[in-house]
Design a protein around this ligand. Structure first.
Ligand SMILES: NC(=O)c1ccc[n+]([C@@H]2O[C@H](COP(=O)([O-])OP(=O)(O)OC[C@H]3O[C@@H](n4cnc5c(N)ncnc54)[C@H](O)[C@@H]3O)[C@@H](O)[C@H]2O)c1
Length: 425
């Protein structure tokens, strides 16, 4: 176990696994990527990133990553890192099946002495209750035949300041030796603090706590936005005012919370705590509030159209932005998908445009969607939308704008005679 680590196998080359693979290769490791999606593998092996992201687009062509769907690459590796998805189903129930499958694949291609690290987001208890038992069933003893660690990823795709190279990490393991090996390993890859945790359960809890913290704070401002809408108060101005207090940490309301982390991870804790007899009332309410925002956004559209004497039924509503976050193409849990459903339920004629997801857009360009629309919802604060001159909306005879990200200039839009409504402003 103490030999210098030279080969790494990363299982799952997605938003988490691929940047880690590239960074590990930049640091001199031989990197295998075990990835089911052969189209992704072809691109990666040709030095092309399947994800539009600056770090990947710059660095992937500089390194060699051996991407394959052949699990025998696990055997060739000193360190095996799992980066597979941990989604929820339609009933918001955590689904650990991909973690189970990947763990079984490791045990079937196991090499004694390996360090196995789980980077996927998991609830407290998964390493002890799900992963270690699969190894035990295959006859492998943790701390003797292998080491098992958890080092949750914190990557924020599209973030220009924080990426895989400089994001501090926490790490937890079953044994002191496992903790020390895992910490030293990550210190060779990441140029930031690798903080050791007392147990693997604590490391698992850190990630869930971080994302639940974001979720409840966003739910708080989303609830205030709904309240301030009734009171005629601009929440954006209020948050800016409150930010002048030393202890205030601004969070911003919007048309919904999307992505593979914040609207997903709290459910992992809610369900695991429930199994131990604890009811996470606060986290459940936060999820309920945040899940209500797409429908609320459509209610705002309906009210605004009423004011200009138009029905939602039959009106052409242009949805600007389908991905869940600015300047990226990720559609997972995107509020836009819910907004489309609610608009269509009310009979609106919905057309869409997202420059980052052209194959999911009904329209080919910004000009095309503005030309056809009577009303607009901004669902993603892509740069291309924030930069629109309000005069352009007027020229295209847009009557109503619902700004689901509060990213446009309210006064300038109103000056152009357009009915503007933000979320809480
Ligand atoms: N996306 C983020 O911003 C982010 C940030 C921090 C943590 N996470 C966590 O990291 C984990 C991975 O998320 P992601 O966004 O990278 O997912 P992703 O869907 O982008 O990538 C996962 C990849 O794993 C592959 N895969 C799944 N099972 C496999 C198997 N058995 N063998 C080989 N390949 C397999 C899939 O084909 C996919 O390409 C999740 O637990 C997520 O919660 C994600």
């Amino acid at each position: 176990m103490n030999k210098t680590k030279q080969s790494i196998c990363i299982i799952g080359l997605g938003y988490v696994g691929l940047p880690l693979a590239v960074q590990s290769a930049l640091k001199g490791y031989t990197v295998y990527g075990l990835e089911n999606d052969m189209q992704k593998n072809e691109l990666i092996n040709a030095g092309k990133s399947p994800i539009k992201e600056a770090f990947l687009e710059i660095n992937l062509p500089k390194v060699k990553i051996i991407a394959t769907n052949d699990p025998s690459v696990i055997k060739k590796s000193d360190v095996v890192i799992m980066c597979v998805p941990t989604p929820i189903d339609e009933m918001y129930m955590p689904d650990l099946e991909l973690v189970r499958i990947a763990t079984k694949t490791i045990t079937e291609n196991f090499n004694p002495g390996q360090l196995v690290v789980i980077e996927s987001t998991i609830n407290p208890g998964v390493c002890e209750e799900v992963i270690e038992p699969i190894f035990a069933k295959a006859g492998y003893v943790v701390g003797k035949d292998y080491e098992l660690a958890h080092c949750p990823e914190r990557i924020d795709p599209g973030n220009e300041k924080w990426n895989v190279t400089n994001l501090p990490r926490v790490v937890g393991s079953f044994t002191e030796s496992g903790l020390s090996i895992a910490q030293k390993f990550y210190e060779t890859i990441i140029d930031a603090e690798i903080k050791p945790m007392k147990s693997i359960r604590e490391a698992e809890a850190v990630k869930i706590m971080e994302n639940s913290f974001r979720d409840v704070n966003i739910a708080f401002v989303n609830e205030l936005a709904k309240s301030f809408d009734r009171l005629g108060i601009d929440i954006v101005d209020v948050i800016k005012g409150a930010s002048s207090k030393f202890s205030f940490m601004p969070h911003w309301p919007s048309c919904g919370v999307g992505g593979h982390c914040i609207p997903v991870d709290p459910y992992y804790l809610i369900e695991r705590a429930k199994a131990s007899g604890f009811d996470h009332e606060f986290l459940k309410i936060a999820r309920k509030i945040n899940n209500s925002m797409p429908e609320y956004t459509v209610e705002l559209m309906q009210d605004a159209l009423n004011k200009v004497k138009l029905p939602l039924n039959g009106t052409i509503v242009g949805l600007l932005g389908i991905s869940y976050k600015a300047n990226i193409a990720d559609l997972r849990e995107s509020p836009s998908l819910q907004i489309i459903k609610h608009l269509e339920k009310h009979g609106a004629n919905v057309i869409t445009f997202d420059p980052h997801t052209p194959t999911h857009s009904t329209e080919k360009s910004l000009d095309e969607i503005l030309k056809k629309s009577t009303a607009i919802i901004i669902a993603t604060d892509h740069k291309e939308f924030k930069d629109i001159d309000p005069v352009i909306f007027k020229e295209h005879q847009i009557q109503v704008i619902i700004d689901g990200k509060n990213c446009l200039d309210k006064l300038e839009i109103e000056k152009n005679g357009i009915l503007y409504k933000g979320i809480g402003r």
